[in-house]
Design a protein around this ligand. Structure first.
Ligand code: IPE
Ligand code: IPE
Ligand code: MG
Length: 254
């Protein structure tokens, strides 16, 4: 499975609608500040944008939607903002799981969850369990996630599962390693979207983004709507995904 899901090992199927969309939801704070509102208001509005995007992706037939909600570096923010984000996460999980269930959405959370208070961990596990039979859309929330954390935890899990590899590092290959990444069950993202104007990856899925098309928009996350998704998907359709080959080779294979 991992071999097929890896864009550097095999050329993935290409379709008009991206199979896996990964989003850095950025700009909540600036959205609020611009309106002389507290940053908290921007985060609250950001939840509405999440709802819109989940619905639209389900409708468009996206199979995997991965949203970066809290990075391993976001702990550096002022304590009151961190605790507000945690409260919002709890409230959103409590409120939205019924709706996800109705929409046939399977929810998963990836990241180092051990840093979260136990109530949040319990809620996460319950929501994952409750929606595990759904298959319309695989929604993944990356929380206390960092791409480097992911690579390191995969390496640790690999060595735990295969202690023999420690004395035979030559035998470690991409497929064996990839199986232990936190999203090994998903194909790599086809389309990456970052709102808020910054053009950086901020330690998101750094391994998995190897061949992803990168789309950046100045729009702040709370303003991101179906029109914006349409624009991103239209841009995606216009990309020539060569995966190392030439344009002429692509034309021939069509
Ligand atoms: C993204 O918006 C949400 C999180 C990182 C949790 P920001 O809070 O980073 O908003 P800006 O970048 O300060 O505007
Ligand atoms: C990235 O946003 C993380 C999330 C959206 C959760 P940040 O706003 O924290 O990114 P940087 O640190 O400015 O790059
Ligand atoms: Mg930001």
């Amino acid at each position: 499975m991992t071999t097929l899901a890896s864009s550097t090992l095999a050329i993935p199927q290409n379709a008009d609608v991206p199979r896996h969309v990964a989003v850095i939801m950025d700009g909540n704070g600036r959205w609020a500040t611009r309106r002389f509102l507290p940053r908290a208001a921007g985060h609250a509005r950001g939840v509405q944008a999440v709802r819109r995007v989940v619905e639209a992706c389900g409708k468009y037939g996206v199979e995997y939607l991965t949203l970066f909600a809290f990075s391993s570096e976001n702990w550096r923010r002022p304590e009151d903002e961190v605790s507000l984000l945690m409260r919002l996460f709890v409230q959103t999980l409590e409120k939205e799981v019924d709706k996800l269930e109705e929409q046939g959405v399977r929810l998963r959370v990836v990241g180092d969850l051990s840093a979260f208070e136990s109530r949040l961990q319990t809620l996460i596990h319950a929501a994952e369990k409750r929606t595990e039979h759904n298959s319309t859309l695989n929604l993944t929330i990356a929380a206390n996630y960092g791409g480097r954390w992911d690579i390191l935890q995969a390496m640790k899990r690999l060595l735990r599962a295969r202690p023999d590899l420690a004395s035979d590092p030559q035998a470690i290959d991409e497929a064996a390693f990839g199986e232990h990444l936190s999203m090994a069950w998903a194909p790599e993202p086809d389309l990456f979207i970052r709102t808020g104007g910054e053009q950086r990856v901020s330690n998101f899925l750094i391994w998995q983004l190897a061949y992803t098309e990168l789309y950046f928009t100045d729009e702040y996350w709370p303003d991101f709507d179906v029109k914006e998704i349409d624009a991103a998907f239209e841009w995606y359709r216009s990309r020539e995904r060569r995966f190392g080959r030439t344009s002429a080779q692509l034309a021939q294979s069509r």
